[in-house]
Design a protein around this ligand. Structure first.
Ligand SMILES: [Zn+2]
Ligand SMILES: [Zn+2]
Length: 450
């Protein structure tokens, strides 16, 4: 699998180099030659996954070997019927501690053949709209996500507390209760400022003259600084040779310059994700001291899945753990764009089609429920603010350029067509909602809310 990642990487970096291109051809041939035929179960799963991936594209995209022309004039093959689609479910941009802007991240993912990208910045969803804009140019799908920083606190024993990261995946319409999630995340971000300040103070006491201004400059405007930003300031100041050393000597969990922030309890975060229409997944369980105790506690709180796939393959210990608790098994590269040798490339995790299908089988009813809640809320008490929330992640072209919003039904219909299947849109629940919507848009010509 690592070899595949390498082949993928070189395939993207070598278009101008004919020697390398020839080598890649050989590799591709070799990879193609060992391809196994899909089982009936896999073919069926792939059909369902493709239906969802190409929901917001023309129906012709679903036919074999169909082509689209992207904004750069390049003709892209959307894939033959049996071709697997690459999912990247864990990535970071400049909006947290990644090095690339969301647009650059999407561009890189596209170059690596990724079809579905979840942007999962730490404690913020601010990069999602930029990622969505960029993804539309490449015919890619974005899952709005976030990686929430939390603390696991063993009952009655605060000594062995440990940080836990929880990934949340939302529908294309975003969280069912955006404000509730945003307040929760804002609290964590405020805590991160305090935590980074504490770390700088501790380093100063250890006679490492790191300046707060330097850390916040590295983090960038409006970005809550994290450990990585402190580590980069240490490298910049020449206090350590590299990021790894900054962590291994000073910033590791419980290290001499380590500090906790005001992270919520991990079960609180999982419950919040469930209540706001998201899919909750435990990130990198291999980094935990108490994975079994944590998974047990989180399963009770409503956890849906855990990461078990990495670019070096499936970790059988965690796969077994997920199976014994009936949890989804997914994974992503956790790409930050640091550029180090040890970093997994974006799109390098080979998530089997059955795992993609299982993920969507759990996620889609949850996302359907969230979309329904959001639109029902609008119907119950229509306002332009609520309409803006619905359209926030839709960012459909017709909403740009100050077009008239007088027909909210048209706007919502267009959004629904992007997010749901025909069957879902035309089920009784949504037909009732759409009927109410047509009354709103009818009366909205005279009303002031639009
Ligand atoms: Zn993490
Ligand atoms: Zn991460």
């Amino acid at each position: 699998m690592a070899g595949e990642a390498y082949a993928l990487q070189t395939a993207n970096n070598s278009s101008c180099n004919s020697k390398k291109a020839k080598e890649n051809k050989k590799k591709k041939k070799k990879r193609g030659g060992t391809k196994k035929k899909m089982t009936a179960e896999q073919s069926l799963a792939l059909k369902c996954v493709r239906e969802w991936v190409f929901l917001d594209q023309s129906s012709s995209s679903l036919t074999a070997s169909s082509c689209v022309v992207d904004d750069f004039g390049a003709q892209k093959t959307l894939g033959r019927g049996g071709e697997k689609l690459v999912f990247e479910l864990h990535s970071h941009s400049k909006f947290s501690d990644g090095f690339l802007s969301p647009s650059k991240l999407v561009e890189r993912a596209h170059g690596n053949g990724v079809k579905v990208l979840a942007l999962t910045d730490h404690d913020t969803m601010s990069g999602v709209t930029e990622a969505l804009d960029a993804a539309r140019r490449f015919g890619m799908k974005i899952i709005p996500g976030v990686e929430i920083s939390t603390i696991f606190s063993p009952r009655g024993d605060s000594e062995s507390e440990e940080p836990v990261h929880i990934l949340a995946y939302y529908s294309s319409c975003g969280p069912a209760s955006f404000d509730e999630l945003e307040n929760f995340l804002a609290n964590i971000r405020d805590g991160r400022f305090l935590r980074a300040k504490n770390m700088v103070e501790k380093l100063n006491k250890l006679k490492l003259p790191i300046k707060w201004e330097q850390v916040s400059r590295i983090a960038g405007k409006g970005v809550a600084p994290g450990r990585l930003h402190v580590a980069r300031a240490m490298v910049e100041g020449g206090h350590v040779e590299n990021l790894k050393q900054a962590f291994s000597r000073y910033l590791f969990d419980g290290g001499p310059a380590y500090s906790t922030g005001s992270e919520p309890l991990v079960e609180e975060a999982v419950k919040l994700i469930c209540n706001t229409g998201g899919v909750a997944v435990l990130a990198h369980p291999w980094a935990l001291k108490n994975p079994v105790a944590i998974v047990r506690r989180l399963k009770e709180a409503g956890l849906h899945g855990m990461e078990v796939y990495r670019s070096d393959g499936k970790l059988s210990v965690f796969s077994d753990l997920a199976d014994s608790f009936g949890l989804l098994k997914i994974g992503g590269s956790d790409y930050h764009g640091r550029g180090g040798h040890g970093e997994s490339e974006l799109g390098s995790v080979s998530l089997p089609v059955l795992a993609q299908h299982d993920f969507l089988k759990v996620a889609r009813p949850i996302w359907y429920g969230a979309i329904r809640t959001i639109i029902e809320n609008f119907v119950h008490e229509p306002s332009d603010t609520k309409l803006a929330i619905i359209a926030r992640f839709a960012r459909t072209p017709f909403l740009k350029g100050g077009s008239s919003l007088s027909g909210c039904k048209d706007i919502i219909d267009r959004c629904l067509a992007l997010w749901l299947t025909n069957d879902e849109i035309h089920c009784a629940e949504f037909e009732a909602i759409r009927l109410k919507l047509s009354h709103i848009s009818f009366s909205s010509n005279d009303s002031s809310f639009l």
